[in-house]
Design a protein around this ligand. Structure first.
Ligand code: OGA
Ligand code: ZN
Length: 372
């Protein structure tokens, strides 16, 4: 953005931009972010903030279009890029290519409406990778198809994004019916809609379930947008929404090798009241431990959320075929499956996770290479 006028105050620089918007840059902020404050190669701050006055005195500001030259009473001179000042206006977070607004969906999206992508393109082409990742961030759910009949074919696509998130179930996990399961997913029973690992301090971000075989009777998948459930609850039952957002509940997973416990609310909001996460998993929720007098109201709220997860109008149901992979934001989208008959054929999904931070980092790198 082109700079229109500069006004110097001892404690701040006031900029009017060409579009008439104005920004105020406190002098201490300007000193803290002077280009000389950063290591030229690592871009990390090397300046010691405590070496500065709490209130540096700004004497003058001149600009050449590209650069603003600032002079201070202690003799310091800063050359700040106009573009940097434009991008970092106090009170307005800098633009972030990874900040993608969720587009909520309900059952009327239909299975045909789930964005689909071909594995071969995602493996070969960064532009296709970026498009897929942005759609996955927007909808919280996409399908990748055309995967090779190979145990790591889905993992290879996930690794195009970044490091896999290792958990107590491994870096990758086999969803198959097992003789000695430590997780309901490793049986043939119904899995009602849930998010994985809400018992972890930070539940895994994106989940990848690559279908290698789905020949058993039953075993269909279901999905629901937890953000849509939460937003509808906010309108239809504000008291339930409030309690689900404010009351931490215990979640626990334990077996012979692990004992994870956490208290967290079912609906997580940011400081603006925006829903950022849903942790919902009735089989991992531990014994509620809030005061007894709060319990009836909380149970009512929790059941209201649970009832919503059962409403077909939120659900997408379909049966994964070998060579397909569902990819979803495990901290937003609820997933589940119908029971299956293990004696009728093989059902085998290969899963892994990539955390949200890894995902966002990759999106930003792709945006550098392919500016939108
Ligand atoms: C899981 C899970 C779903 C399925 O492994 O966490 O929910 O379709 N699996 O088996
Ligand atoms: Zn699961």
């Amino acid at each position: 953005m082109t700079l229109s006028t500069l006004e110097v105050r001892a404690d701040a620089l006031l900029v009017t931009w060409a579009d008439g918007t104005r920004a105020t840059y406190p002098a201490l902020w300007l000193r803290d972010n002077c280009p000389s404050a950063f290591h030229p190669q690592t871009h990390e701050r090397v300046l010691d903030l405590l070496a500065l006055d709490l209130s540096p005195v700004l004497l003058s500001a001149d600009h050449t279009g590209e650069t603003v030259t600032l002079r201070y009473a202690d003799g310091h001179r800063s050359l700040m890029a106009t573009a940097l000042l434009s991008a970092h206006r106090p009170g307005k977070p800098a633009a972030d290519p990874a900040d993608i607004a969720p587009q909520l969906w309900r059952g009327d999206l239909t299975t045909a409406g789930i964005p689909r992508f071909a594995a071969a393109q995602l493996l070969a082409d960064d532009a296709a990778l970026g498009t897929w990742m942005r759609e996955t961030a927007r909808f919280g759910l996409t399908i990748v198809d055309g995967l090779a009949d190979h145990i790591n074919a889905g993992v290879d696509v996930a690794k195009r994004i970044g490091f896999l998130r290792e958990t107590n179930f491994g870096t990758t996990f086999e969803v198959v019916n097992r003789p000695e399961p430590n997780n309901l997913a490793y049986t043939a029973v119904t899995l009602p809609l849930h998010t994985d690992l809400p018992n972890q301090e930070a539940p895994p971000g994106y989940q990848f379930l690559h279908c290698l075989a789905n020949e058993a009777t039953g075993g269909g998948s279901l999905f629901a947008d937890g953000f849509a459930l939460a937003e509808d609850l906010r309108v239809e039952d504000p008291e339930a929404f409030r309690l689900l957002g404010e009351t931490p509940i215990p979640f626990r997973f334990h077996d012979h090798e692990a004992d994870f416990r956490v208290h967290a609310p079912v609906i997580q909001l940011d400081r603006h009241g925006k829903v950022t996460e849903v942790r919902y998993n009735a089989h991992i929720a531990a014994m509620f431990d809030m005061p007894a007098d709060v319990m009836p109201a909380y149970y009512r709220a929790y059941r209201a959320m649970m009832a919503k997860t059962r409403e077909p109008r939120y659900q997408l149901t379909f049966k994964l075929a070998a060579g397909e992979m569902v990819v979803f934001d495990n901290r937003r989208v609820l997933h589940g499956r119908e029971s299956f008959d293990p004696s009728s054929g093989l059902r085998h999904l290969h899963g892994c996770y990539v955390d949200r931070g890894e995902f966002s980092s990759r999106l930003r790198l792709l945006a550098r290479a392919h500016p939108l």
